[in-house]
Write a protein that binds this ligand. Structure first.
Ligand SMILES: *Cc1c(COP(=O)(O)O)cnc(C)c1O
Length: 402
């Protein structure tokens, strides 16, 4: 049976995590346990089960089976200082479920201005309707951060690097200020995962991931997770039960399968991303490369200080282009698919322009040429680097043709 030990290396831990003998039996990867009803031996056992409603014990399908428990256990073990993990049917559900767990009407939520767009829309739409006020803040302004708080501020939502514009913020500093001000800090940790950025160790209260991305890794499942130390875990679990969040055992098994190779995939895509990004930085069509992995790029110093790993996601901004020329570039790509998401084995390209949605910080940033604003986000997959570069090269050639 796999023995999990905190002192083991990253990939050894990925192999062992969640494989408890009482759940897995003799097979290697936790099997799929389908079931809604769990039968009790007698009414006394039923009464006892309802009363304790413990993790890792049969109760009812909505509380999961050994397949989901194994995934929760694995994710908890991989997030240092976490006590437990709650699974959600998507990353967005993990974000909304976590925020619902810590906020109530009348509270103020601070959200980083580089947040994933559905996070913004959740805050300004659903949460406003529920009487929760949201204020957006500049993630790079640590000194001004304290001034954002009022006595109703109860939670702070971070995301680093921002998943489109790639700003790296000083998470330990911001999380420490949030704690001092009595607010819960949550981080969307999808980019680096707990392997590259142990968020709770860095001071965050709740570490959220879209498992759809790196954990799934094969673009064939949707899932999210939130991990926390005991106090916040209790809140998350209770709220998820109230809201009826549950994931299928089939998807949990796929996520467990993806998890075993996640370290290798992250290493490979990080390495390719670094090479492709540095190739792009030398191209005349490119004004800015937004890739904290790369020395000289914004955020690299903080990234080097706080992160132990990256991934294949980064962006670049075209020099004086327009929407049509950017479309010619993206449409000409043969190996990069056009689509949302990332963390899969195939590379993707996505046009973006955050100007209309930002409220606390300007886009393009004030120190850029105003005409350099059309962005492309690349999610680097497992293809060979030279093929991706050749594909981008012919994309740039197509961009220049009018
Ligand atoms: C994709 C994504 C999410 C949402 O995840 P889903 O599983 O697609 O709901 C949340 N945050 C970030 C940064 C993402 O990229």
């Amino acid at each position: 049976m796999a023995n999990f030990d905190d002192k083991q290396g990253r990939d050894t831990r990925l192999v062992a995590a969640g494989r408890r003998e009482e759940w897995t039996g003799a097979v290697v990867n936790p099997p799929v346990w389908r079931g809604s009803t769990h039968l009790y031996r007698d009414t006394a056992a039923l009464r006892q089960g309802t009363k304790t409603n413990e993790d890792g014990r049969f109760f009812y399908g909505r509380r999961g089976s050994p397949t989901q428990w194994a995934l929760c256990d694995a994710l908890t073990k991989l997030e240092p200082d976490a006590y437990g993990t709650v699974l959600y049917p998507s990353g967005v559900a993990a974000l909304s479920g976590s925020l619902m767990a810590v906020l109530k009407p009348g509270d103020v939520l601070l959200v980083t201005d580089n947040a994933y767009e559905p996070t913004r829309l959740m805050a300004t739409g659903l949460f406003r309707k529920l009487g929760i006020e949201t204020r957006f803040f500049d993630p790079l302004d640590v000194d001004g951060f304290r001034d954002q708080f009022c006595d109703r501020t109860k939670a702070v939502m971070l995301e680093s690097p921002g998943s489109l514009t790639m700003e790296v913020c000083d998470v330990p500093a911001l999380a420490a200020i949030a704690r001092e001000m009595g607010a819960t800090s949550l981080i969307d940790n999808t980019y680096a995962t707990s392997l590259g950025f142990p968020a709770i160790k860095h001071g965050c209260d709740i570490s959220i991931m879209s498992l759809t991305k790196h954990v799934g890794g094969h673009s064939d499942l949707m899932m999210g997770s939130a991990s926390a130390a005991n106090r916040h875990y209790r809140l998350l679990r209770q709220t998820a039960q109230t809201l009826g969040h549950v994931v299928s055992p089939d998807d949990a098994a796929l996520a467990l399968r993806g998890l075993r190779t996640m370290g290798l995939r992250l290493d490979r895509t990080t390495q390719t991303a670094r090479e492709v990004a540095s190739w792009l930085a030398a191209r005349p069509e490119v004004a800015h490369v937004l890739c904290p992995l790369l020395e000289g790029c914004a955020g690299h110093e903080l990234w080097s200080r706080d992160f132990t790993g990256g991934c294949g996601l980064f962006s670049f901004v075209l020099k004086g282009a327009d929407e049509e020329s950017r479309a010619r570039l993206i449409d000409a790509l043969q190996l990069f698919g056009i689509g949302y998401s990332w963390g899969g084995f195939e590379s993707l390209a996505l046009p973006f322009d955050p100007a209309p949605i930002r409220t606390a910080t300007p886009w393009p940033p004030g120190n850029w040429q105003a005409e350099d604003r059309y962005g492309v986000r690349l999610a680097i997959g497992l293809e060979d680097e030279q093929d991706l570069v050749r594909d981008l090269e012919q994309g740039f050639a197509a961009m220049e043709q009018t």
